[in-house]
Design a protein around this ligand. Structure first.
Ligand code: NAP
Length: 295
């Protein structure tokens, strides 16, 4: 008999989400019958919605902005990574209890390795932003033996807490915190880095001309840029790097990998991400909209 899962996404103002498209495609590839429901939920309705998911026999669900942290108030168990990052994007419901996982960090790393972005071990890497996605990226880098991580952020207190937590767990790691609004710091951090990763939402559709930083200095010869934003796949900052002949990578690959990993947690089957990409196909001229598949 065909395997069936009932799952979905909890978030707020998430009409833009591509998750149903990705999970339907994953179902088609693996032969699993997937019912994926998008749930736009106000915070005060979260307890009722979660009770409802248990009653209705959901196998699990994803959480996205702004609930990746808040959802932890409703779970019974956390994976070790969730315990450390304090953010979850994938929940498994079993016997009316919920266990929380985080697939963002591994989704980022899988895409990085697949695209052969470059050697992380021993590298110095600058991250823009210090929120949940920055934590996931930082974790992937730290697990891969990064030497030094510079975090550029607006809120320095938040960035300091992030770096402190990582230095405590990964005691060989070097790390610094700088203001993203200080151009000298931006220049200094990037000048000593092999890679720059943007984890801020600045440059996301529709404000596609916005950029979290300005490049008005000479970039290191072999620096590469990775942006977590997938809509558009090529952000204004990526275009600035390309103008100087640097390699750039957008967030679609990470998005697909983190979804495939969620799917694996729910079903035990990891869908072929190459097939997933070809089914979902998002041309940049379409601002990253899914085009090969319908909701
Ligand atoms: P978050 O927890 O709200 O963190 C956002 C970070 O961006 C914070 O550090 C914030 O700085 C910074 N920021 C926001 N607006 C800014 C601005 N105007 N100028 C400078 N910095 C600004 O959000 P998140 O969960 O980390 O998500 C961040 C982005 O990653 C989103 O665009 C999300 O879609 C993307 N993402 C992509 C994937 C993928 O699969 N491709 C997965 C996860 C997340 P302060 O601390 O100073 O407020």
């Amino acid at each position: 008999m065909k395997k069936r899962i009932k799952t979905g996404l909890i978030g707020k103002d998430i009409g833009y989400t591509l998750s149903p498209v990705i999970h339907s495609a994953a179902g088609d590839i693996t032969g699993v019958d997937v019912a994926y429901r998008v749930m736009d939920v106000q915070e005060n309705r979260l307890p009722d919605v979660i009770t409802g998911l248990k009653e209705l026999g959901f196998s699990g669900f994803n959480a996205t902005i702004p609930y990746k942290e808040k959802i932890l108030d409703y779970v019974d168990e956390k994976s070790d990574v969730v315990e450390f990052l304090e953010r979850a994007n994938t929940m498994v419901v079993k016997n009316r209890t919920i266990k929380a996982y985080n697939t963002d960090w591994k989704g980022f790393l899988s895409d990085w390795l697949e695209k052969d972005v470059g050697r992380i071990e021993g590298a110095t890497i600058t991250i823009l932003g210090a929120g949940g996605a920055a934590g996931a990226v930082f974790y992937a880098l730290a697990k891969s033996g990064v030497r030094k991580v510079n975090v550029l952020n607006r809120n320095l207190k938040r960035a300091r807490a992030l770096v402190k937590k990582f230095k405590y767990k990964f005691y060989n790691l070097k790390g610094g915190v700088f203001s993203i609004n200080n151009q000298n710091s931006v220049k200094q951090c990037i000048s000593e880095s092999g890679f720059l990763v943007n984890t801020t939402p600045v440059g996301t559709f529709p404000r596609v001309d916005d950029s979290p930083i300005t490049i008005d200095f000479r970039l290191p010869d072999d620096i590469a840029f990775y942006d977590l934003i997938y809509r558009p796949e090529k952000t204004a900052l990526a275009k600035a790097f390309e103008k100087y002949g640097k390699n750039t990578y957008g967030g679609t690959g990470m998005l697909i990998h983190q979804a495939a990993l969620s799917f694996e947690i729910w079903t035990g089957i990891l869908p072929d991400t190459g097939k997933l990409k070809s089914l979902i196909f998002m041309p940049p001229e379409n601002n990253g909209q899914a085009s090969g598949y319908t909701l």
